[in-house]
Design a protein around this ligand. Structure first.
Ligand code: GLA
Length: 491
């Protein structure tokens, strides 16, 4: 007879193997909004509540953006009793009042601290105060903690030192008994991609993003020729979209449901990139399974920004249940360079839950280019050199930007005078609503709004050829259209 506790133990260790931090949270990459990229320290109760209203009014909560995350600068000092109080000027009613209102509106509340004596903006940090700070967060109804890396008092330099410093907060959060997702922000230091999943739901893998597609900057200090260098002097604060993609490329496969490589918050709508660059940034963050935290000030959203961040066919890549990031299968540096000497093209490819494949052709060269994505490369993970059974069949190609909301439609939402008008517009548009139909269900049901528009077919053993404009990406879902009679075709 097998003792029941043995069964429990066996089941638990199996869970352990598949569940990363094993707190059951963030089974798909977290989505939401964070104030830092657009507003930095200009935080207040009013900002959080007015932004949550915008998220609802613009239909973004119902696209899945359900976290409202308050970044640095919320703190007053740490008191004699060891607890940090929020700045009363910015948060006159305290944090609990905010989280109650957010919860009532269907949001999760995110907050911020640092595994250092101070936060990056030099407010009280949590290092050696983890328990009291975690108690605070739990009592305030916090659901998500972004946990930074500034002023760590030298407690870094080996994976184990950093691991232990961050683990103290992970343990403290768990000890509160409240389910709080932990999002590490240690900028890729000390190989966090190799240990982050043991204690956290996400981990930043680079220095801070800035609002540039490809411009190199000394403040993003790692060697771009050796972007995985763990001992780079300064992960930095000015990392371009292209830099981050190059840095994460060798370890995209470390993301699994419950634990994600965090490519940093989105810059879409901030003004430093073109529309095509923002589309590429957004789609790659989705396909690479980064958390999707909007970073723009939603109170001044433009129609073109809204129609990027509300594209359900792109978000469905992020929220796909397979939970594995697309990988880079081709990189070409032999292309025209810009004034900084930057220029390259990539092909990214990733498996999706229903057997579809996401395929992205990125042109980060300095000219429009004809690009080609052969099935042998697209399916290299299933067998290199064209040996993948998937290369031996034809695929229908669906463009995931084809059904982007028009500017006029986006404008009508942004300018709607009241709730009723908004409801009428959304009703008329029939736009996707992930609160009503979770992406998992929509994908399962083959909801057309998640699948883009068919633009062609790639025959077995051939390639998808397309012109890709300078600094843009073509984003596709490849769907099986038939299997050749000879060869292997079991998938
Ligand atoms: C660091 C983080 C940023 C932001 C700031 C706040 O730079 O990487 O994302 O949280 O601190 O001070």
């Amino acid at each position: 007879m097998v003792h029941s506790s043995l069964i429990v133990t066996a089941a638990f260790s199996w869970l352990h193997l598949v569940n990363a931090v094993n707190n059951g949270l963030a089974r798909t990459p977290p989505m939401g909004w964070n104030n830092w990229n657009s507003l930095a320290c200009d935080v207040s109760e009013d900002l959080l509540l007015s932004t949550s209203k915008k998220l609802i009014d613009l239909g973004l909560r119902d696209m899945g953006y359900d976290h409202v995350v308050l970044d640095d600068c919320w703190q007053d000092i740490r008191g004699e009793d060891g607890y940090v109080t929020p700045d009363k000027g910015k948060f006159p009613n305290g944090m609990r009042a905010i989280s109650d209102q957010l919860h009532m509106k269907g949001f999760k509340f995110g907050m911020y601290s640092s595994a250092g004596e101070m936060t990056c903006a030099r407010y009280a940090g949590s290092l050696d105060h983890e328990s009291k700070d975690a108690e605070n967060f739990a009592s305030w109804g916090v659901d998500f903690l972004k946990y930074d890396n500034c002023y760590h008092m030298g407690r870094m330099g080996t994976p184990e030192t950093s691991f232990n410093r961050f683990k103290a907060m992970s343990d403290a959060l768990r000890a509160t008994g409240r389910q709080i997702a932990l999002s590490l922000c240690n900028w890729g230091e000390d190989y966090v991609h190799t240990w982050g999943m043991s204690i956290a739901n996400a981990w930043r893998m680079s220095g801070d993003i800035y609002d540039s597609f490809a411009r190199p900057d000394d403040l993003c200090g790692c060697d771009t020729n050796n972007p995985t260098d763990p001992f780079c002097i300064a992960p930095g604060t000015h990392c371009s979209v292209l830099f981050i993609l190059n840095k994460v490329a060798p370890f995209v496969d470390r993301s699994i449901p419950g634990g994600w490589n965090d490519l940093d918050m989105l810059e879409v709508g901030q003004g430093g990139m073109t529309d095509e660059e923002y589309k590429a940034h957004f789609a790659l963050w989705a396909a690479l399974k980064s958390p999707l935290m909007l970073g723009n000030d939603l109170r001044v959203t433009s129609p073109s920004t809204l129609s990027i961040i509300n594209n359900p066919a792109i978000i469905a890549l992020s929220q796909d249940m397979h939970g594995r990031a697309a990988q880079r299968v081709a990189r070409n540096l032999d292309v025209p360079k810009d004034e900084y000497g930057v220029g390259e093209t990539h092909i990214w490819s990733g498996k999706l839950h229903n057997g579809d494949q996401v395929v992205i052709l990125l042109n980060a060269a300095n000219e429009d280019l004809d690009m080609s994505a052969p099935l042998s490369e697209i399916f290299v993970s299933e067998g290199p050199g064209g040996s993948a059974p998937q290369a031996n069949q034809s695929w229908e190609v669906f463009d995931l930007w084809a059904n982007r909301m028009s500017d006029a439609e986006a404008r009508s939402i942004l300018e709607a005078a009241d709730d009723q008008t908004r409801a009428e517009i959304f009703g008329k548009l029939g736009w996707y609503n992930a609160t009503d139909i979770p992406y998992e269900v929509g994908l399962e049901q083959g909801d057309k709004r998640l699948f883009g528009q068919k633009v062609g077919v790639v025959e077995a053993h051939s390639a998808w050829n397309v012109k890709v404009l300078r600094h843009s990406a073509k984003v596709y879902r490849f769907r099986r259209s038939g299997v050749k009679s000879e060869g292997h075709n079991e998938l």
